[in-house]
Design a protein around this ligand. Structure first.
Ligand SMILES: [Zn+2]
Length: 112
């Protein structure tokens, strides 16, 4: 399952961060997920909960869904891309490069 491998990747990053924390325990983390990442937030939430059961830990996962943004190759304006309408909202040009929203990123980890 795709989301489980993502959950494991997140947990691996948490473990790496934990090694620098002098025995403090990770209690929560937050990830940003874009609409083009191919990740279903509910599935990821469930996969992460399963993984926590498996490793016997209780780390909360918060998923922030971030908007899709792009930069126009013609007028170089950055704007949000709504409803998967990939035309520039300023000049109408069709060449939008996605600048955010196609990735998943671990943005914070809380330790106690
Ligand atoms: Zn434009």
């Amino acid at each position: 399952m795709h989301e489980m491998s993502i959950a494991r990747a997140i947990y691996r990053q948490i473990e790496l961060a934990e090694q620098e924390q002098n025995g403090m325990q990770p209690i929560a983390c937050e990830v940003e997920v874009g609409p083009l990442s191919g990740i279903e937030p509910l599935c990821l939430q469930a996969a992460f909960a399963d993984l926590m059961n498996e490793v016997g830990r209780m780390i909360g996962l918060t998923i922030q869904e971030i908007p899709l943004r792009g930069r126009c190759s013609d007028c170089h304006t950055e704007s949000s891309i709504d409803g998967f309408q990939f035309n520039c909202s300023i000049c109408g040009g069709p060449r939008m490069q996605v600048t955010s929203g196609d990735q998943i990123q671990l943005v914070s980890i809380d330790f106690l």
